[in-house]
Design a protein around this ligand. Sequence first.
Ligand code: ATP
Length: 193
Amino acid sequence: MEFRKLRLSGFKSFVEPSELRIEPGLTGVVGPNGCGKSNLLEAIRWVMGENSPKSMRSGGMEDVIFAGTAGRPPRDFAEVVLHAKDDKGEPLDVTRRIERGAGSAYRLNGSDVRAKDISLIFADAATGAHSPALVSQGKIAQVIAAKPTERRMMLEEAAGIAGLHVRRRDAESKLRSTEKNLERLEDLMAGLD
Ligand code: ATP
């Protein structure tokens, strides 16, 4: 998967609609302290489905919406659009939008989808919200200090198998409910004898 463009509106400090081209290869973001470098990385994680307050440096879900400054009123929504191309070169446009009091909604190439669908697309492409391809400040030290289990998770994400764990959990839960249904059916059949 190749990321091509990022569009932000009302997301953290990016109050005005802003667009960034992402060129092939390694991308570095430089700028003075507090100019929004980390917010950009968080926007990429957020559009891929990240919700953890720690990764988003926020207290609640709505904290990603521009909160206003002395001279500017707060916004009612935040929206991030990631334009990417899949491995076959087909466009993959992912939108996440959050409105105050209404939660998050996702769109894939213009159609409404679930958060889970988005996470799986990126997990399968080995570029999820926890992807080691996104290197934030302090991340290198974190990788070095990581416990073996944490390092294994990073490797699994890089290898593109993180999505398989989600599918296994889904399959196990379907199996459990089918087993329950079978037991119930057997009880009912025993009652008919
Ligand atoms: P540093 O180099 O110091 O880490 P940075 O360039 O990574 O800085 P960020 O941490 O991305 O900068 O941006 C911080 C700025 O974003 C702060 O000025 C903060 O007030 C602003 N900010 C964060 N969340 C919001 C929000 N919800 N509404 C408005 N501004 C916000």
